[in-house]
Design a protein around this ligand. Sequence first.
Ligand SMILES: [Zn+2]
Length: 387
Amino acid sequence: MASTYDLVVDVDSVEQPEDTTHDVLFKIGVVADIQYADVEDATSFHGVPRFYRNSLIGLRRALSAFEAEGVALTLDLGDAVDAKQKAAAHAGFDAVLGCFESRPFPSYHLVGNHDLYNLPRPELNKRLGIAPAGPYGSSYYSLVPHPSTRILVLDSYELSLLDAAQGPDHPLRIRADQIMAVNPNSNKHSPDGLVGEQRRFVEFGGGVGEGQLEWLRAELEAAKAAGQRVIVAGHVPFCPGTCPEPCVLWNYEEVLALLEASGVVSATLAGHAHMNGYVLRNGIHHIVMPSILETPPDRDAYATLDVTPSALILRGHDTCMSLILRVAGPTGAPLAQPLPLRTLAPWAEAAVKQRRSGGDCTSKAVEAAAASNAEGAVMALTPMVQA
Ligand SMILES: [Zn+2]
């Protein structure tokens, strides 16, 4: 298993004829953690500035860029509306969803914890256009935007303490309570007293239930049979090391075991942590996106993911990192040559440190860190996205 912060090295292939930076099958626009609220700006629990009203402006700028770039679809990775909007939740969703309307591409939404602070799940599914899945009306679904690729959108809060529509006897709630029993605090949003990876057992986290795991297994098999590669999206990050411990999915081990065993998953996309994050683990690229909410009004935080036959190219705009990620072909066949892994802690650690100290993680910082890595382990695309 690759250790935390191992990154894929792909610089060599950029110069090779098989490089497919010009052979884009389709593009996905990606935004995370819009967290709009009609309230004054404030700071997070950790002191990071939050620009609640500006998030709509940042979102519109992202969507206009996606339109110009000709994306096939947009993924909104969840937390569309902040908890501070609860008194007028529907007005908040009207404002955010209105930005997605009248665009020439479909937009797909995920349920985040802040969405659940605002509305119970049945209403959220309706508002976000999600067909209720499984026996409990959960919020997972699959898409095939191109014959080569299946996108599996997971419900990170199928197991959760946050769904106001669930009573204490609901089977999913009972399971969530069992998982969260390890948290000793009366305020279960706090990870105090939990150590290391256990710190993920907090109330703003969540997990994937049994039924959804079964669905996931079947979808992965179907993708394999169809010769499709798979991109998995969820609100809560899937892989330790991509984000602070309290932001990792409760039962990430079960989910990653399925993804890794399938041999067809190229990457996961998540939000929730409000920072750039990346880890390569057992052949799967795990990407965590920065938030629009915590991006200053004159800056941007979104990405276009170019899907090519041999790579995923994350074109981060401004404060969002950019990466070229080598993947197996659409048939799911492994690459002929195993990818070399080289440890590249400096840029990832520098980015996290900057973020925690209130600075922003600019693509310049990623570029500088990549440049300082003599092996060229990551290919920053900053000049391309600024052009
Ligand atoms: Zn969240």
